[in-house]
Design a protein around this ligand. Structure first.
Ligand code: AMP
Ligand code: ZN
Ligand code: FE
Ligand code: FE
Length: 283
């Protein structure tokens, strides 16, 4: 059984619609796929309908944008009640803040001689609930300023670069509380990628587990082989569920093909067991 627990559609910053994503997963031999768009459950219904057609098991999820000690941390929330009010308010605030900062980003880019309009950005973001930096990067590609989304992010939109503008993110501890209150299961996404190990060391992971964290994503392209081995051992010691995923974004992220990392069926079963006991709503 091939299980991929982290993927994005056009509802956030992937390049495939939920329907296309599910079809691509079936074609890639995936049996269980989690759709985890950034800060929104907006793609769940479409993906679930296509999953029913094709026999794929869809796990509804959300990749939440959170902060710990000023560092951006992504939290995967699986199977939360999408109608939970406080969780919904938190997600709405991130989504609103993400698009509200676009005009300021474009002003800053213009000061650097890069002239993009809001329409240029929205044109390359069809279907998204939350246009953000990846879409601005795509507009830079469309304008011929850079060759790839990744180059646009790194050269113009990363912290400290010309187009960088801060946006709201929930506090990680609060987000874990919210996911639990909403009957979901929280798993840290790529915790030791991009400098995360400094902030999310053994002590912090232990405390997060105490606060309700259920698992950590170990097998992810942002983790080297050595990092995976070390994190796997720590997760095992802390009795955290260990997941592995592609973090597929269609054409939006190179080297993250569906199924390039997968989750062990036993670990997936543990995750589902927690979800069943935590559920405040029909799964
Ligand atoms: P935002 O929430 O608007 O600040 O955009 C952040 C999102 O951009 C992240 O969640 C990633 O999916 C994406 N991202 C960040 N860095 C890169 C990169 N180097 N290449 C492609 N996508 C990236
Ligand atoms: Zn993304
Ligand atoms: Fe992420
Ligand atoms: Fe992701």
């Amino acid at each position: 059984m091939r299980i991929d627990l982290h993927s994005h559609s056009t509802v956030s910053d992937g390049t495939q619609s939920p329907t296309e994503l599910v079809r691509a997963a079936v074609a890639a031999g995936i049996d269980v796929l989690a759709l985890t768009d950034h800060d929104t459950s907006g793609g769940w219904a479409e993906a679930a309908a296509e999953a029913r057609e094709t026999g794929l098991t869809l796990v509804p999820g959300i990749e939440m944008s959170t902060l710990l000690d000023g560092m951006s941390v992504h939290l995967l929330a699986y199977l939360p009640d999408p109608h939970h009010e406080a969780l919904g308010r938190c997600l709405d605030e991130v989504v609103r803040s993400r698009s509200q900062r676009l005009p300021e980003m474009l002003t800053r880019l213009r000061e650097q001689g890069v002239d993009l309009t809001l329409e240029d950005v929205l044109r390359v973001a069809p279907g998204t609930a939350a246009p953000g930096r990846p879409h601005v990067a795509d507009a830079l590609v469309a304008a011929g300023v850079v060759d790839s989304r990744s180059e646009g992010m790194v050269r113009y939109l990363a912290p400290g670069r010309a187009g960088w503008v801060r946006r709201y993110a929930a506090d990680l501890w609060e987000a874990i509380d919210l996911v639990r209150e909403a009957g979901g299961v929280s798993v840290l996404a790529h915790p030791w990628g991009r400098g995360g190990k400094e902030v999310l060391g053994a002590d912090v992971l232990t405390a997060l587990k105490g606060a309700g964290l259920v698992g950590v994503e170990v097998d992810h392209e942002d983790h080297s082989w050595a990092t995976r081995q070390e994190l796997r051992a720590l997760a095992h010691d802390l009795d955290l569920v260990i997941t592995g995923s592609s973090d597929h974004h269609g054409e939006g992220k190179i080297g993250h093909r569906l199924g390039c990392n997968t989750t062990d069926p036993g670990e997936y079963a543990r995750l589902l067991a927690v979800a069943r006991s935590a559920a405040t709503h029909a799964l």
